[in-house]
Design a protein around this ligand. Structure first.
Ligand SMILES: Cc1ncc(COP(=O)(O)O)c(C=O)c1O
Length: 464
């Protein structure tokens, strides 16, 4: 269909556009604007490309929502899905029931876990899995007869999901405002973004130490015996692709150990090769008690998430079963066999095709390409990333690290310009996030940096 035909078709009362506006609620969207401008309807996808209803192609520079790691139309995942649907389309893992896809996947996750882990709890989304991890922290401390340990700490700007506990863990206003969140006892500390939050003249070491001192004071003032756990991503994705300084993460873990606070690594974005290692935990030297995975676990072909639990926590859960008849956590679709079969096949592909090593090699193509094409732009302050996860911080003055007035919407304007050039990226304030499928070729990565460079140049010209 031609673009003009689509526009004509969209103006009809029963058009896709009109029906979307009439019936669908969209997240992270201004709902009033949406009723005016309507949706961009995506119709199909192949490899790293998606096509809209008007036949325009876009390079998917964000893997959808950081998730379709193996790209669209991956035959092995489709076949794994079909096979499992035919064999056993559903079964559950409650009341001693089990199924082979769930067992296979749990065994594999424990085998590839970056630090010793013992058992796997399945859920359906990153939000649910973080919610479950928070509940497991509480369950653990009750088993340890320290029921007062109820509070959680996470970073401002971190995104851990949008169920009630996960939204409370998230450090972003949009998940809280007008929802009456966060829940009491969900505390937030400064985002470890040295570029944005470092004081004038402060070194990265001094910045890390300052954040650690604040955290230590918080733990002391709240009382370590009231804190259940700390949640962090190894590299913060939706917070603006923030790579915490190693000194900060090392010091953080030292403090948590000293105060016996559980560490949960939210690897919803970073697991399965994204940062050039199978797990971001390895990239950033973490030793968590639980690891939360979702998104890339099935390459987004099925909603499935997992919480990897270490033996310390698992033994406490078992101990609880000496006083309670049941472990009371359950969800109908937890460990769905179709999702489990797809996830197991996705991990096979990550291994067979050397996807993780590839992401590590391609880091230079992505970051090198970005540096070459936009590194000297007067509105680019920093280009950062690991593996195939990158962030471009846009600023008014790179030399003096001066940020744009948010009212100028510079980040969103760059993302909108990129869309006109056939590239999807995401603006997180004035950070442009880039997270392409790990299966992207070198030529496609060059195309990505080229299209982004054109978008940056467009906005640079508008601002001049
Ligand atoms: C780090 C992180 N944790 C958790 C979530 C929530 O996952 P879901 O949207 O699958 O609930 C996200 C989603 O973007 C995420 O980026």
């Amino acid at each position: 269909m031609h673009i003009e035909d689509t526009e004509e078709a969209n103006s009809r009362p029963n058009s896709i556009d009109a029906r979307d506006k009439a019936y669908v609620v969209h997240g992270l969207t201004n709902l009033r604007d949406h009723l005016e401008r309507g949706p961009l309807v995506i119709e199909s996808g192949q490899g790293v490309w998606v096509r809209d209803q008007a036949g325009r192609d876009y390079l998917e520079g964000m893997s959808g929502l950081w998730c379709i790691s193996l790209g669209y139309g991956e035959k092995r995942l489709i076949e794994a899905c079909r096979r499992q649907m035919e064999t056993l389309a559903y079964y559950h893992l409650t009341n001693h029931r089990s199924h082979v896809p769930g067992i296979d996947l749990a065994e594999k996750l424990i085998e590839i876990a970056p630090v010793p882990m013992s058992h796997v709890w399945f859920a359906n989304s990153g939000s649910e899995a973080n919610d479950c991890a928070a509940r497991l922290c509480w369950y653990y401390w009750n088993a340890k007869e320290q029921p007062a340990r109820r509070k959680f700490i996470a970073h401002r700007r971190a995104y851990h999901g949008n169920t009630i506990a996960s939204a409370s863990l998230s450090g972003v206003g949009y998940a809280h405002e007008q929802f009456g969140l966060p829940l009491p006892g969900f505390l937030h500390v400064e985002c470890p973004d040295f570029y944005a939050a470092g004081l004038p003249g402060e070194s990265e070491e001094e910045f890390s130490d300052r954040l650690l001192e604040t955290l230590e004071r918080l733990i002391e003032s709240e009382g370590a015996d009231s804190i259940a756990g700390f949640f962090t991503e190894p590299i913060m994705a939706a917070g603006g692709v923030v790579i915490p300084p190693r000194r900060y993460l090392d010091g953080l873990q030292r403090l948590l150990r000293e105060h016996d606070i559980l560490l949960v690594a939210d690897e919803v974005v970073t697991a399965f090769g994204r940062t050039g290692e199978m797990f971001g935990t390895t990239t950033m030297g973490l030793v968590p008690d639980m690891i939360v995975c979702a998104k890339g676990i099935t390459s987004a072909y099925f909603p499935l998430s997992a919480v990897l639990i270490n033996d310390r926590v698992f033994q406490a859960m078992v101990q609880q079963s000496e006083r309670l008849p049941l472990f009371g956590l359950t969800m109908t679709y937890s460990g769905h066999p179709v999702g489990a079969a797809i996830a197991r096949e996705a991990i096979r592909i990550y291994e067979d095709d050397g996807i993780v090593q590839r992401a590590r090699r391609m880091e230079h193509v992505l970051l090198g390409g970005l540096t070459e094409r936009i590194g000297a732009s007067p509105i680019v302050g920093q280009i950062r990333g690991r593996g195939l996860l990158a962030g471009v911080q846009l600023v008014a003055d790179p030399l003096n690290r001066r940020f744009f007035d948010p009212a100028l919407r510079v980040g969103p304007r760059v993302a909108e310009a990129a869309e006109k050039h056939g590239l999807f990226v995401r603006a997180i304030g004035d950070v442009i996030a880039i997270c392409p499928p790990l299966s992207i070729t070198e030529d496609e990565l060059h195309m990505l940096t080229d299209r982004l460079a054109r978008a940056v140049a467009d906005v640079e010209a508008e601002l001049r």
